[in-house]
Ligand binder design. Sequence first.
Ligand SMILES: [Zn+2]
Ligand SMILES: [Zn+2]
Length: 249
Amino acid sequence: MDFSAIKEAILDILYPQDIVCILCQKRHRDIDDKGLCPVCAKTLPYIKPPICQKCGKTVKEDTGICLECIYAQYHFERAVPVFEYTSDMQQLIHRFKYQGVYYLSRTLGYWMAEAYKQRCNWEVDVIVPVPLHPRRERERGFNQSALLAGEVGRSIGVQVDCRILKRRKHTSTQVVLNKHQRRQNLWDAFEVIDPDKVRGRVILLIDDVFTTGSTVDECSRVLMHAGAKRVYVLTLAAGRLDRKQHKSG
Ligand SMILES: [Zn+2]
Ligand SMILES: [Zn+2]
């Protein structure tokens, strides 16, 4: 390596010019402190109103509660997802979850905490992340929801308790299942370890993605059954990626 190459290499370290945007994955000079390029920073896929007052997803007309929620009779009080589950968002969450890019929890948790501060006047007592089965957590090395919960808790000043709820069933992946199959798959999957920590308390449940709502609803059901006063849900994203969108990337 000649001197100019060494100089280039040092300059690259001092002034990296090819940092990748965490969302669009394109190289860019002006990446902000959240890891976003200027384009993505301006076009984050926030869920836009009108939204359903129960599940927080976008609805066509502002009618209060969406049809799905009228039928579902969820056990939680209200859910607030921050972003649409776009293909970029899906890939970002995927890198966070499956490729161990756990530093992303700072940015993802920041967005969730900001949404909470702006949109939720809930007065919660404790934050509970949706648990992974211990085996899956060992394989992955961390629980993505617990990392997000930690960031949110720090930011809004509420204690996070990972020892309230436990996943006792190693459920198969839910991605390919429909709503009914998800329900069956989740039957008996969660257990409240310490009902004393739940009784009479308002709980903020945290998960990464709200798809059909089955997972957070089943957690809410066991928490309410154990005596929780109310359960609110905060997730990073909501929606289901349709296949077309997925294929076109
Ligand atoms: Zn970008
Ligand atoms: Zn709804």
